[in-house]
Each structure stands twice: as structure tokens, then as C-alpha cells.
Ligand binder design. Structure first.
Ligand SMILES: *[C@@H]1O[C@H](CO)[C@@H](O)[C@H](O)[C@H]1NC(C)=O
Ligand SMILES: *[C@@H]1O[C@H](CO)[C@@H](O)[C@H](O)[C@H]1NC(C)=O
Length: 115
């Protein structure tokens, strides 16, 4: 019983974290930050703002990690619509909460030894 409650709380927490942020692959040891970008969009009353962001590695290195953080900790969401891990490019689609703006921090990680 208590375990069920604990698991439920854990799942809700995970779900909430997932709603705010997107962290995929390896963003820690033995990776290097290939690209960092802050994407913002001004709020517009009653509307959800949608913005896409495309990254293509200039040296064609495959992406090993992606970190997209919602700095507003809002109900915004982010999805990958093309590319991603193992590919040298990624297309991200970000959508704000109704009536809110966007403020996402994007980090793209690659293998530092990649030739
Ligand atoms: C991301 O995908 C989920 C599930 O399909 C959807 O509910 C959400 O609106 C999408 N967000 C964006 C920014 O496309
Ligand atoms: C985005 O969020 C960061 C961290 O909270 C803040 O420093 C920055 O001013 C924000 N940018 C905009 C355009 O709101």
C-alpha cells in the first residue's frame, strides 16, 4: 500500500519533470558541449506560442546528448520532430502554455574524440 503511494508519487514527479524538460542520452562524462542556445519567445495573450529550433552540426558529428530545459518551469512542452541521438542534426519543437512565452535553454552534446 505504502509502496504503491510511493511509486505513484515518483511517477507523477517523473511525469512533471518530463513536462518541463527534455534530457536524452549522455550529457555528462566524456561528452563535450557542441552548441548552446537560449530560445525565447514573447508571450501573447490567450495564445500558445510555438517555435522550432534546428541544429545541424557543422562537422557532421553524431549527437550523443540533448538537454532542453524550460527556464520558466511552465507547462510548456518540447518534442523532437527530426533527427536526434546518433544523427548529426536535430529539430526541436517547443510549445508554450496558453498566454505564456517561451524560455528554453538548449544544449547539444557530442563525443569529443569524434574525428
Ligand atoms: C509533444 O508531443 C506530445 C504528445 O504527442 C503533445 O501532447 C505535445 O503537444 C507536443 N508538444 C509539442 C511542442 O509539439
Ligand atoms: C530566460 O530565463 C533566464 C533564467 O531564468 C533569464 O536569466 C533570462 O532573462 C530569461 N530570458 C527572457 C528573454 O525571458
Amino acid at each position: 500500500m505504502r509502496l504503491t503511494i510511493l511509486i505513484t508519487v515518483l511517477l507523477i514527479t517523473l511525469y512533471n519533470v518530463k513536462g518541463d524538460h527534455l534530457v536524452l542520452g549522455n550529457i555528462g562524462v566524456r561528452t563535450s558541449l557542441a552548441h548552446e542556445k537560449i530560445v525565447t519567445y514573447n508571450p501573447f495573450p490567450f495564445l500558445k506560442r510555438v517555435k522550432t529550433y534546428f541544429y545541424s552540426d557543422p562537422r557532421n558529428r553524431p549527437i550523443v546528448g540533448i538537454q532542453v530545459i524550460d527556464m520558466l518551469h511552465s507547462k510548456a512542452s518540447v518534442n523532437i520532430t527530426a533527427g536526434g541521438l546518433g544523427q548529426p542534426f536535430v529539430n526541436l519543437r517547443m510549445k508554450s502554455e496558453r498566454g505564456s512565452g517561451l524560455n528554453y535553454s538548449i544544449g547539444i552534446y557530442v563525443n569529443p574524440d569524434y574525428q
